[in-house]
Design a protein around this ligand. Sequence first.
Ligand code: NAP
Length: 489
Amino acid sequence: MTTYATREIAPETAPGPTVYVRPGETGSIVPLKTRYENFIGGEWLKPIKGGYAADLAPATGLPTAEYARSTVEDIDMAVRAASSAFPGWAATTTHDRAAVLMAIADRLEEHLETIAVMESWENGKPVRETLGADIPLAIDHFRYFAAAIRTQEGTIKKLSNELVSYHFREPIGVVAQIIPWNFPILMAAWKLAPAIAAGNTVVLKPASATPISILYVMELIGDLLPAGVINVVNGSGAHLGRPLVEYDGVGKVAFTGSTATGREIMGYAIKNIIPTTMELGDKSPNVFFDDVARSKDDFYTKAIEGFTMFAVNKGEICSCPSRALLQDGLVTAGFLDDAVDRVKRITVGDPLDTSTEMGPQNSLDQVEKISGYLTLGVEEGASTLTGGKRAEMGGDLSGGYFIEPTVFRGTNDMRIFQEEIFGPVLTVATFSDYDEAIAIANDTIYGLGSGVWSRDTDVTYGRRARTSRPAACGSTRTTSTHLLRSDPS
Ligand code: NAP
């Protein structure tokens, strides 16, 4: 890790935590510009109607740089560029496309540290996460699809002596991609890598709260792709989403974001009857059984960390373990007290400090939404075990969007248990036995992820009792499903 790019570190802390210089300040490793245009047809184009807005740093609430507030005319230009690029890109061999994806991965790896700092500053997530997870995972994603496209095969089947059916995979065309602000680069990688690997071209609309980090990535990798294969247009989703998805010639839409917006986008996709891929919200349960506290060993400590995972990426994760369900005996055994003590020790601070465990929320809108739920929790009768308000950081972070990591104890029928807060707020309820645990876990409209903590594999793999029912929304229901800790989705 470089040291020239760090802010002043008190000698007594060296060689301890590193604090990166903020993008835009002298000495930063990120060459931040004052204004970012759209990336269309391989060129940096001003928005046709000339609108711009300021991108705010969540840690300070201060502007970093300007980005385009595009209009439908810019969408039109981007879709035309993607359509023109499509025949040429679709005609390339899988070998050639895999080579481009590998080159993108190598280029990103070369610049991992600068991308991580940019992403951290724009989003507010701790740089230890962007250095260790977001950017390495994004890089790996390009490598994964470079390999996957080489191994994909069609099928052939003889239906009768006169009839043979064969299937070849073909690219769809122009894919509209709309992404959220909680993992700006990783979400972009999840969408871009498979689409371009398969021979499609893309128009990507980033979230308005994080419009720039992906443009920084495009500055680094733009020369590796033919013009028009990836186009990035910034601006309001409420204004641009519908014209983009309904544009004649867009062949598919891929969306990650809130369930409400996903529902609207599926509605737009009806116009041209195009396929949709939706990755939406959640209210993930983590179920802790009594045997966790049988001994205060490494497993116990790991379970405490599991409880605390709700604060990773400041709780702005779709599969955030935001509901902790504890078997009654764990409360009497002191597990809840120990877990809450660990939450109290979460280091909240400057996202560019490598010792920070939790940074600011992404935006003021997000702070206001979370604050509303903090008030609601008290009104609903939940008890506040820790946190419960905005965190006052002082100094130049006093304008930042910080919230205290919060743990409420209540019951699963409360709105704070049922609605996606998307912040560092954990709701805790208790249960008496396995069946009650599964019933509470599944008493939600969501079903994206879940976790189970027990020393007994019969419990964790659900061999004792299966009481799951079909998903109402999302992809999985809890029987006993492990949440992969390294997966940020
Ligand atoms: P959001 O409000 O739905 O916004 C997501 C994207 O949609 C943004 O680019 C937004 O643009 C755009 N958008 C807003 N209104 C639109 C409309 N009417 N038509 C088309 N596009 C529109 O979600 P968010 O608050 O950014 O993200 C948080 C949500 O994402 C949470 O619910 C979280 O659970 C979910 N998420 C899910 C996954 C997963 O893999 N399942 C992963 C990450 C996040 P603007 O920013 O300009 O409004």
